[in-house]
Write a protein that binds this ligand. Structure first.
Ligand code: DAH
Length: 342
């Protein structure tokens, strides 16, 4: 064993380390530095040398051990860096590609109309109440003085669930819920979804929206009702809008009226939208029937009230000249895109 041998081991180690892969490096480490490796073997072989030689060659072997360790470590670092670089190259995102266009969100026309109606009535001092869409027969019919034999209670017209529960056919039940928990004076509106077994066509949908109104106080008259609906019509459709009241019948109001607004399409002259009449029906209304007050324990000698119920789709169709109710529910973006943005 001499210095030449050591130099040869070093050359051998360097040449295999510089071209080694990560996996091969471990084998190289074992080959040179392992318990039975070449350096151990060399150390074993110096026992026969003189003390001086042992010192010189032993130091060379130990130095070589450190060198090989650092060659391996450097090569390992180099290989890991290279691997990372390649991976980054492979996964590079091409930021020059055009992005996917982002569709801007618009509000559904029914939501716009509901919030417009709420704005008008809250300005007048009304508050907003909500009622359940799965309603008890009692609130949807009985308490509103709608008798058992009334055709609206028929399975043909209402979606019954069970246990005297159904999908509400009108928002009028909210009147009862409010009067049960609140003492007069009362001034509320209540927008919401309603359901009826209607066949779908241009003006009918089994799901639709109504907005209910109720005012109860000691000094309330039919002219207050007329005044509030006139004011609403002008705020919603413009100053030139007139309101027509014609006698009608609802079991929960007496007297009752059907309400029509001037057709905004023709200004009252008559067109296809108003079927030549110049008017468009939008609501039912009337003075709260004493029977209803009895059902909720309000003194009907002392208090009077008026109520109204409007079809929200109707109002939206007039306001935005929408020809077919089905358009509200199809979620076709070409339709939805036409309405106001935020
Ligand atoms: N709920 C009635 C309907 O669906 C509309 C209505 C009429 C509501 C008269 C009222 C009212 O509050 O007083 O046809």
């Amino acid at each position: 064993m001499d210095l030449n041998n050591i130099k040869n081991i070093e050359k051998d180690a360097i040449s295999s380390i510089v071209s080694a892969t990560l996996e091969e490096l471990e084998n190289i480490r074992v080959k040179f530095l392992g318990k039975k490796g070449l350096l151990k073997e060399a150390l074993n072989k110096i026992s026969g040398l003189s003390l001086e030689e042992k010192k010189v060659i032993g130091k060379e072997i130990n130095d070589l051990k450190d060198k090989i360790e650092s060659y391996i470590a450097n090569r390992k670092e180099e290989l890991i860096a290279k691997e990372k670089e390649e991976q980054l190259k492979k996964e590079k995102i091409d930021i020059t590609l055009p992005g996917k266009p982002f569709k801007q969100f618009k509000i559904h026309p029914l939501s716009i109309v509901i919030s417009d109606i709420i704005k008008i009535f809250t300005k007048l001092g009304f508050s907003v109440e909500e009622g359940p869409e799965i309603e008890e027969e009692y609130y949807n019919f009985d308490a509103l003085n709608i008798p058992d034999y009334h055709p609206a209670r028929d399975d043909q017209d209402s979606f019954y669930i069970r246990d005297k529960k159904l999908l509400r056919t009108q928002t009028s039940g909210v009147q009862i819920r409010v009067m049960e928990k609140q003492k007069p004076p009362i001034a509320i509106i209540s927008p919401g979804r309603c359901y009826r077994k209607d066949d779908v066509d241009a003006t009918h949908s089994p799901i639709f929206h109504q907005i209910e109104g109720l005012v109860v106080d000691t000094d309330v008259s039919f002219s207050d009702l007329k005044g509030i609906l006139k004011l609403f019509a002008k705020e919603m459709f413009g100053e030139g809008t007139n309101v027509r009241f014609r006698p009608d019948f609802f079991p929960f109001t007496e007297p009752s009226a059907e309400v029509a607004f001037t057709c905004i399409s023709c200004g009252g002259k008559g067109c296809s939208m108003c079927k030549g009449t110049g008017w468009i029906e939008v609501a039912g209304c009337g003075m709260v029937d004493p029977e209803v007050f009895k059902n909720v324990g309000i003194d009907y000698e002392k208090y009077k009230g008026y109520a109204f119920g409007m079809g929200i789709e109707r109002i939206a169709m007039i306001k935005y000249r929408i020809p077919d109710i089905r358009l509200f529910y199809e979620n076709d973006v070409r339709f939805l895109d036409q309405f106001y943005n935020f």
